[in-house]
Design a protein around this ligand. Structure first.
Ligand SMILES: Cc1ncc(COP(=O)(O)O)c(C=O)c1O
Length: 470
């Protein structure tokens, strides 16, 4: 299926939403008002919003019409039955629980299966899976493959390290492991995909040891695309067939459907263990709602049922992954080092490499994030020591992220390449001024997921000069 040509959007635009750019002085003021935390900016003050690909996509005409078919009955709505059937067919599990988003699925699952001090092993936890594991009394363990650290553009850097997985199981014993999870694609290390052979290896280890194996499948279709494109033996298979093979090799799925559900809200749990399903459904009634709506409206379930089918369209996925690569090339040409190859949903800039004069505990990724807004009204997100570092809840020590990254996430079906050319122009101007950028300090923070709400303050540029002299 090798065809490197950049395809045009495989859709026409039917409805538009105006955006506008504040002037530089206004943007500076907004940054100060937000205490340099871009989550606190009003969306109306952002020109191009690459904060996240989660829940920010554009719906299709089919999805908009599906909204009208929403059955808002409290129990057993026909919209639930449609959603349930779609999920059963794609994820190949008998029991389906709709959830209002990914983290509610995580909360429900982990507070049911995690015992105090038990481990959840992941190729790499996303910030909410990490926080929900800790919140339920568990210990998150990341086992990314060694290639995930390589600067080479290797195909499946999202894989789990199976050697370390075997060692971990051997050392800690199966009773202490609540579950193994595979995040597809592996968001925290650059949206990198996981190969089918790695999935099978991990599943076999789990089966041999009777450890439940689940996916964090927010971007399952994008992962399937990479398997089709890059893994020998899959080039002639459809995305649906690859997804079937993938989901046959697991005990269940958690999903934030705000990504590859092509919906603005929603999530799900799909699993085959009836007893576990009953425990989760009982908890759901207490905290979210009846298990046939799970905190969603009937119309949301209709939209999701449609979106989960649409996302497996090859032309859509081919365009999507190539558009990410297009932005990646532009950003690299602008002089920013990026994680290569580009993954399925975002371009990750290595801020640590670009700004070596800003130490990790002064958040080089945040310095770049602030600069993208200051320079171009573009909102992106830090994925470094602000997001993943902090005080380790187990050792009490200060921890830092493995990499100081910055993520430019591409909302699905929203921006065209001319928007991305503008973003790359802003990147070029930032690079020209990179030596004048300084770090930040946190002035207020909550105990978990601090990046969402903390307040920050810029450090004096003098500090930068001192650092450069050392
Ligand atoms: C891999 C992964 N898992 C879980 C989540 C959490 O999902 P939600 O934002 O729907 O709660 C996200 C969100 O970005 C994610 O990327």
């Amino acid at each position: 299926m090798k065809n490197d040509r950049q395809p045009a959007e495989p859709f026409r635009i039917k409805s538009i939403e105006p955006i506008s750019l504040l002037n530089r002085e206004e943007r500076e003021k907004k940054l100060i008002e937000a205490n340099y935390n871009i989550f606190k900016l009003d969306a109306a003050d952002v020109y191009i919003d690459l904060l996240t690909d989660s829940g920010t996509g554009a719906m299709s005409a089919q999805q908009w019409s599906a909204l009208m078919r929403g059955d808002e009955s409290y129990a057993g709505a026909s919209s639930f039955r449609k959603f349930e059937k779609t999920v059963q067919e794609i994820f190949r599990k008998r029991y389906v629980v709709p959830c209002h988003q990914g983290r509610s699925a995580e909360h429900m699952m982990f507070s049911t299966v995690v015992k105090k001090g038990s481990y959840i092993i992941n190729n790499t936890h996303f910030d909410t899976t990490r926080a929900n594991t800790i919140h339920a009394g568990g210990i998150p363990v990341d086992l990314p493959c060694p290639e995930s650290d390589s600067s080479e553009p290797l195909p499946f850097k999202g894989n789990m390290d199976v050697v370390r997985l075997e060692q971990f199981v051997h050392k800690h014993g199966i009773e202490k492991i609540a579950m193994v999870m595979m995040t597809v694609t592996n968001n925290s290390i650059g949206g990198q995909p996981v190969s089918m052979s790695n999935i099978h290896e991990v599943y076999q280890i789990c089966k041999r040891n009777s450890i439940p194996f689940f996916y964090d499948s927010a971007r399952f279709a994008e992962n399937c695309y990479f398997i089709k494109r890059d893994e020998p033996g899959y080039g002639d298979k459809s995305i649906r067939e690859i997804a079937a093979e993938m989901f046959d090799a697991c005990d269940g799925v958690l999903m934030s459907a705000k990504k590859d559900g092509l919906a603005n809200i929603g999530g799900l749990i799909a699993l085959s263990n009836e007893e576990l399903y009953r425990r989760i459904a009982d908890l759901m009634i207490i905290v979210e709602g009846f298990p046939t709506y799970g905190g969603l409206a009937g119309r949301d379930l209709e939209v999701l049922a449609t979106g989960l089918e649409e996302v497996m369209n090859f032309d859509y996925l081919d365009f999507r992954v190539k558009q990410v690569a297009y932005l990646g090339r532009q950003i690299k040409q602008a002089g920013m080092p990026i994680v290569e190859p580009t993954g399925g949903h975002a371009v990750f800039v290595d801020a640590g490499l670009l700004l070596p004069h800003i130490p990790p505990d002064q958040f080089p990724g945040l310095a770049l994030t602030v600069e993208f807004y200051r320079e171009g009204g573009v909102r992106v997100v830090e994925m470094g020591s602000l997001m993943f570092g902090g005080i380790d809840p187990f050792t009490g020590e200060k921890s830092l992220a493995r990499h100081e990254l910055l993520r430019l996430a591409l909302p699905r079906r929203v921006y065209t390449n001319s928007h991305y050319d503008y973003v790359a122009e802003s990147a070029k101007r930032i690079v020209a001024n990179k030596n004048s950028l300084a770090g930040y300090k946190i002035v207020r923070q909550p105990p978990l997921l601090r990046h969402f709400t903390c307040d920050l303050a810029p450090l004096k540029p003098e500090k930068v000069k001192e650092k450069q002299k050392q």
